[in-house]
Design a protein. Structure first.
Length: 448
């Protein structure tokens, strides 16, 4: 009798699995109640419904209402096969219903693909999801002969695979195609990690020995920012600007700004007010964006306590009319304890030196080779004297010329006539507009 019952169950299962009227979606609580067993008809219906749910893996767009540990669910809404976890507290994604091997490389002998089974096109070779705080999901695939590492920028149910790294036949490409920094970091210490990066801010490759201070790399020169060269062309070479006194962006040319700062002056600036209760500064339609670089100045009073002149700040939390300042890019806002007094201005452009029509002279640096070093004039920021960038006007070293006038008829003694000096006079003006050596024009350019 027992063998007969088993045989009957198998017949019922075969009938269910081969029944063309079974819908593709079926779910059941897998419990045969007393009411279900009252008659053969109700019992058969309950068994059929349970078997249908088993056969279709509880398929449906929504999760089964009654679940069990390790239960399978064909989630037709998201095209995913899921399995219930051991605690029966959540679902784990196994793979995609519509893809061969559920979109995964099989771990069995099925890895021995035939020529027509090999993964190609957009098929994922591996899909990994971080179940930690980040929740990021990654994938690896072969696409058009390229090997790609991808990041899911969509959702788990509706993934959007964005290329992060790609190995071509002859190239290694890094980045997702968007305007952002690309970084290669030597992870050889807990801090001060050497780094090479492509800075989207200045559109240049940069290097750093400590991961914090960066220097531009340039194919035209390995010279540091601030280097001045004499160039025989009429347009500054790549990586350089003509030394024409222009006001340039502190943000765009941050590396050069870090070298010469405001030594040669700042742009006119924009007036702002402060609110110490919110550490916020206000300037109507200021045009600033987060991470912009600027300095602050004051006239007729004092800056708000907490910010200082001649100091580099980064903009944070910018809106159309307000902004905050930070001592580091993307860092915490600087706290201010009062609103200051007088007129406050911010300056986001600095001046480069104007060397047009000038000869360069080595900085005396205290030596007497420049006897007038202490009287050199303002370089642009109000600093004069024996400093880099201070100026001197043209001058001829002091000297004298003595010219004598003679009267042809003088006195006679011993039969010899002598002229008589009657007084001095000046010579006529002779020469050009300046005192200069032989020279040839060049364009002085500064490395940024």
């Amino acid at each position: 009798m027992k063998r007969f019952k088993c045989y009957l169950i198998w017949l019922l299962m075969a009938a269910v699995l081969s029944n063309p009227f079974i819908a593709s979606a079926a779910q059941h609580d897998f419990e045969i109640t007393t009411a279900d067993a009252n008659t053969g008809v109700t019992f058969r219906a309950a068994v059929n419904a349970s078997l249908q749910a088993l056969a279709s893996l509880s398929s449906g767009a929504t999760a089964p209402s009654t679940t069990y540990a390790f239960q399978l669910w064909a989630d037709t809404g998201n095209d995913q096969l899921k399995i219930r976890n051991a605690a029966n507290s959540g679902w784990i994604v196994v793979g995609k219903l519509s893809e061969i091997y559920l979109g995964l490389a099989s771990l069995s002998v099925q890895n021995d693909f035939t020529a027509t089974q090999k993964i190609k096109g957009d098929a994922l070779l591996l899909r990994i999801r971080d179940t930690g705080a980040s929740g990021e999901e990654w994938g690896i695939r072969s696409d058009g002969g390229n090997f790609e590492v991808l990041k899911n920028t969509g959702t788990e149910g509706s993934p959007v695979w964005t290329v992060q790294t790609r190995i071509d036949v002859n190239a290694l490409r890094i980045g997702d195609g968007t305007a952002s920094d690309i970084r290669l970091i030597a992870n050889n210490s807990a801090s001060a990690k050497p780094e090479i990066r492509y800075s989207n801010t200045v559109s240049k490759w940069q290097y750093s020995d400590n991961g914090s201070t960066f220097y531009n790399l340039s194919s035209s020169s390995g010279s540091p920012s601030g280097t001045v060269i004499a160039f025989m062309g009429s347009t500054a070479p790549v990586g350089y600007l003509e030394c024409d006194g222009s006001a340039i962006s502190m943000t765009t040319y941050e590396t050069l700004y870090d070298v010469i700062a405001n030594d040669y002056g700042l742009n006119a600036g924009t007036t702002f007010t402060a609110d110490n209760t919110t550490e916020t500064f206000t300037a109507a339609a200021h045009g600033l964006s987060n991470d912009n670089v600027l300095e602050v100045k004051n006239s007729g009073g004092a800056l708000p306590t907490g910010i200082s002149a001649n100091t580099k700040y980064y903009v944070v939390n910018a809106t159309t009319n307000t902004f905050q300042l930070s001592a580091s890019k993307g860092g915490a806002a600087v706290a201010i304890s009062d609103n200051g007094s007088g007129t406050n201005t911010f300056h986001n452009h600095f001046l480069i030196p104007d060397l047009r029509g000038r000869f360069l002279r080595g900085w005396a640096h205290g030596q007497t080779t420049d006897p007038d070093r202490t009287s050199r004039t303002n370089r642009g920021d109000g600093t004069d004297g024996d400093v880099v960038g201070s100026k001197q006007g043209y001058e001829v070293q002091a000297h004298v010329h003595t010219v004598y006038s003679y009267i042809s008829a003088g006195f006679t003694t011993g039969g010899t006539a002598y002229p008589v000096i009657s007084g001095g006079t000046t010579t006529g003006s002779y020469g050009g507009n300046e005192t200069r050596p032989i020279n040839i024009n060049v364009m002085f350019c500064i490395k940024y």
